[in-house]
Design a protein around this ligand. Structure first.
Ligand SMILES: Cc1ncc(COP(=O)(O)O)c(C=O)c1O
Length: 193
């Protein structure tokens, strides 16, 4: 398949020439808000481990101790999707605790924010819906909206007149509209004080 390989090589070259080629960065120790890169300790502004829980060795130790007490309850893989045979009772326990904590009827745990957005948006919308999303919404909201059957449009960042225009243009054909929440974690904004 040389044509395919050629195309892929051209795309890689184009990414290089635009300075958009990405590669994985090797990092060392991570501790709360700090990360070791090379020999330097840097402030980590690109993590979502806001509370530093991911590097709490005491929590990890605690998990391992519990694991050794109840090896039958913890497996190294769920072995299949939760709808098949991968639904550990621990999920049910966690979800009922979360529902109780947040005073909701029920809770559903996703592996990550990415999975939540790509799972929820197609589940809540159908082809009669319109999803309007800020251009700088997290990439997972964009992916989730693309997977969904709904009509999907993006308005310019924080431009609510553009949002209104899109809404007026599209709403006649749509029975339900939903506008996605704005969170721009992939983008840093500095506002004048
Ligand atoms: C709004 C929003 N959605 C999704 C994500 C992705 O979350 P995860 O890294 O858990 O996939 C983030 C991450 O910061 C986010 O801010």
């Amino acid at each position: 398949m040389p044509a395919l390989l050629d195309r892929m090589q051209n795309e890689l070259n184009a990414l290089h020439s635009r300075g958009r080629f990405r590669s994985l960065i090797g990092t060392n120790e991570r501790c709360g808000t700090q990360i070791e890169y090379g020999n330097e300790l840097l402030l980590n502004l690109s993590s979502n481990d806001y509370l530093g829980i991911g590097s709490r060795h005491d929590l990890f130790q605690n998990f391992l101790e519990r694991y050794s007490n109840y090896p039958d309850h913890y497996n190294l893989t769920s072995s299949s999707s939760r709808l098949l045979t991968g639904n550990s009772q621990l999920y049910a326990l966690l979800e009922s605790k979360l529902a109780h904590l947040y005073k909701r009827q029920a809770a559903l745990v996703f592996n990550s924010g990415y999975h939540a957005n790509t799972g929820i948006l197609p589940a809540l919308t159908n082809r009669h819906d319109l999803v309007l999303s800020d251009k700088l919404n997290h990439a997972s909201i964009i992916d989730g909206s693309r997977i969904a059957d709904a009509t999907f449009k993006r308005y310019r960042h924080l431009d609510y007149q553009h949002l209104e225009t899109l809404l007026k243009q599209t709403r006649e054909n749509i029975s339900r509209s939903s506008s996605s929440a704005n969170r721009f974690s992939a983008w840093t904004e500095i506002w004048p004080t």
